[in-house]
Write a protein that binds this ligand. Structure first.
Ligand code: NAI
Ligand code: MG
Length: 357
């Protein structure tokens, strides 16, 4: 992965061996799974010095703001953050804090790997990487209503923005990931047959970048709807997928489903100035406070964070422990068909990590 956050640290701590990093526990199941993750990272000896900050509903409760200035300052300083899920109101209410964070720190790349953790599911041996453009497309949310008669919301209008530069940047990031991770193929996913301008520019820029990698990484392209079907019929034909913001959002949940659901899917938001690591899933209000959430996705996100700062060996150690806990101990949370609590799972991981020393 890129090591921008590590190569140009903007802050230091008293203990120069520690890596300062912002920690946002998040809403709903956030605090429960974050407790599990920090305990696991401690057992691993991960050298992060956590700077705990609020965000989301907790930010409103503590500081009257879903994204308090102190939280932004902390990320600006540390250039590195581990984040729990943040609740966003649907329809009205405040704008998604996640989207604001991505914009504030220009986190243009969203890396979402999906790898089979528990064999014997509906799809075995899945090992896909999805790279989602994180700043453009319909997520710019240039939206408004046109009132007609007494209906203030009679017409809803939204404009998407994709730039040639932004498209080149994200496709280049995907190809660089493919090179770094020994991958063979990058698939550009678009809807250029209908959204000829909005996603046509992405396809055009993508094909241009692909030519630079000719002979090293192959490239093909798919229309997003056909891609969704093919991901279900034969996911093994894909290797690295790169796509625009909204399609990436949808397809990354789809590929999380191929590997056993959201409890197992990590994500990294990468920019030149900062990197924020999180699970793909949200705050899961339906199971919050019950102690049954699966912390694996956030643990895997912490693994991506270790990769990012160059601690690949620790990251591998962590991933190996997860594999053993799931498949040898067979300690699994409810979403993966088991009965372990969040705490049981974390304890099993900690024991595995200690035993591997
Ligand atoms: P969700 O991902 O929170 O939950 C979807 C389903 O998956 C629920 O049934 C939930 O129980 C289950 N689930 C999610 N994570 C799990 C875990 N770790 N272990 C076991 N089961 C898990 O999606 P939903 O319900 O659509 O969104 C809830 C809130 O989260 C919303 O406010 C949404 O805006 C926010 N959200 C935040 C994200 C972030 O902070 N990056 C990402 C996605 C949603
Ligand atoms: Mg999503």
């Amino acid at each position: 992965m890129t090591s921008t956050a590590r190569s140009t640290p903007a802050s230091t701590t008293q203990d120069s061996n520690k890596i300062p990093a912002t920690l946002i526990a998040g809403d709903g199941i956030g605090p429960e799974i974050m407790d599990a993750v920090t305990a696991v990272l401690d057992a691993l000896g991960a050298p992060f010095a956590w700077d705990r900050q609020h965000g989301g509903l907790a930010g409103i409760a503590e500081a009257g703001d879903p994204l308090p200035p102190a939280t932004l300052d902390s990320i600006r300083r540390n250039r590195l953050a581990l984040k729990g899920p943040l609740t966003t109101p649907i329809g009205g209410g405040f704008r998604s804090v996640n989207v604001r964070l991505r914009e504030e720190f220009q986190l243009y790349a969203n890396l979402r790997p999906a790898k089979t953790l528990v064999p014997g599911g509906r799809f075995d041996d899945i090992d896909l990487i999805l790279v989602r453009e994180n700043l453009e497309g319909l997520y710019v949310a240039f939206e408004h209503y046109i009132p007609i008669g007494d209906d203030p919301h009679a017409v809803a209008i939204s404009s998407g923005v994709n730039t040639r530069d932004g498209s080149r940047r994200i496709v280049r990031y995907a190809f660089e990931q493919a090179v770094k991770r020994g991958r063979k193929k990058v698939t550009l996913v678009h809807k250029a047959n209908v959204l000829k301008a909005l996603t046509g520019v992405f396809l055009e820029a993508g094909q241009e970048v692909a030519r630079e990698y000719q002979g090293r990484i192959t490239c093909d392209d798919r229309i997003v709807d056909a891609c969704a079907m093919q991901l279900v019929l034969n996911p093994w034909q894909f290797d690295v997928i790169v796509t625009t913001n909204l399609f990436g959002d949808i397809l990354s949940d789809l590929i999380a489903g191929l590997v056993g659901g959201l409890g197992a899917a990590p994500g990294a938001n990468i920019g030149d100035r900062a990197a924020i690591f999180e699970a793909v899933h949200g705050s899961a209000p339906d199971i919050a406070g019950k102690g049954i959430a699966n912390p694996t996705a956030l643990v895997l996100a912490a693994g991506l964070m270790l990769d990012h700062v160059g601690l690949t060996e620790q990251a591998e150690h962590l991933r190996r422990a997860i594999h053993l806990v799931l498949n040898q101990n067979r300690t699994r949370t409810g979403d993966l068909g088991g009965s372990a609590s969040t705490g049981d799972f974390a304890q099993a991981l900690i024991q595995r990590i200690n035993a591997q020393r």
